[in-house]
Design a protein around this ligand. Sequence first.
Ligand SMILES: NC(=O)c1ccc[n+]([C@@H]2O[C@H](COP(=O)([O-])OP(=O)(O)OC[C@H]3O[C@@H](n4cnc5c(N)ncnc54)[C@H](OP(=O)(O)O)[C@@H]3O)[C@@H](O)[C@H]2O)c1
Length: 299
Amino acid sequence: MNILLFGADGQLGWQLRRSLCVVGDVTALTRPSDTYCGDLADEAGIARTVRELRPDAIVNAAAYTAVDRAESEPDAAFAVNHRACEVLAAEAERIGAWVVHYSTEYVFDGSGAAPWRESDNAAPLNAYGRSKLAGEQAIARACPRHLILRTSWLFDTWGDNFLKWVLGAAAQRPALDIVDDQYGAPTRAAMVADATAHLLRALRPELAGTYHVAAAGETSRHGLAVFALQCAQRHGLGLQAGPASIRPVPSSAFPRPAARPANSRLDTRLLRETFGLALPYWHQGVEAVVAELAAARRA
Ligand SMILES: NC(=O)c1ccc[n+]([C@@H]2O[C@H](COP(=O)([O-])OP(=O)(O)OC[C@H]3O[C@@H](n4cnc5c(N)ncnc54)[C@H](OP(=O)(O)O)[C@@H]3O)[C@@H](O)[C@H]2O)c1
């Protein structure tokens, strides 16, 4: 299988380079690329790339992910998260390829406390969420052979994320205020990448669609921070703020340009029932990533 991967330097794209290479021949493109265009803001360029490479599957891990900045530059967010998806899906349809694309729980409005199902009504609270929803819809319209994988609260050793921010801040400050009214499942990017490799092996037209891919269990941002610091202590990372120095605060303590959903829980039953795949509890990924970061610091 020939796989064309966009966004290969993002936290998920980096993991996909590793997990997809056992499934097929991967052409991994980043925004600046030499031979082929990997810049999703260049519609003609990415169409040319697909026409030249004629992949069996396009895996799109590139995205405009600056949630707050998207409020003041929605055109830039929509160019990458919506219009580029339209182009990739149309090109995939021309050559009979699959599109595997990633989306987010930010397509939902965050109301209630029940995990969101794939069929629930999407109603994004912010420009980023609207651009991601538009991208999903464009792909579903243009290319029937698609997998849209919605995930949540991604983290890993590679790239920037909330977990690494907490570890960095706790190393420098004696106490941290962390919001305790947003709930979700912190999901290790490597696990989403590994799940993607399994899905690519199982592709059949009747299985096309949207699936939720997230770690099992749930916690608040505050719960994640406390557990991360417990792991950090176990693995010998130097900290000024320990788990007991993380103060729970409401989201209103940190006014930001983009509203965040309070309920980011994703129901992953459809993935389990359709493909027999389930990600482990979120603690497992957090413990492993903190251990790897601690080992890298000691090296
Ligand atoms: N992070 C989360 O918590 C989260 C949660 C739910 C869903 N998701 C979704 O999961 C997917 C992967 O997210 P991630 O966390 O891996 O994001 P990330 O670490 O921010 O990576 C996104 C990648 O996209 C690239 N990119 C941005 N604009 C581009 C353009 N015009 N052309 C080509 N590449 C471009 C970025 O490159 P530069 O470094 O050059 O900007 C970066 O390498 C996205 O679809 C995201 O919406 C993420």
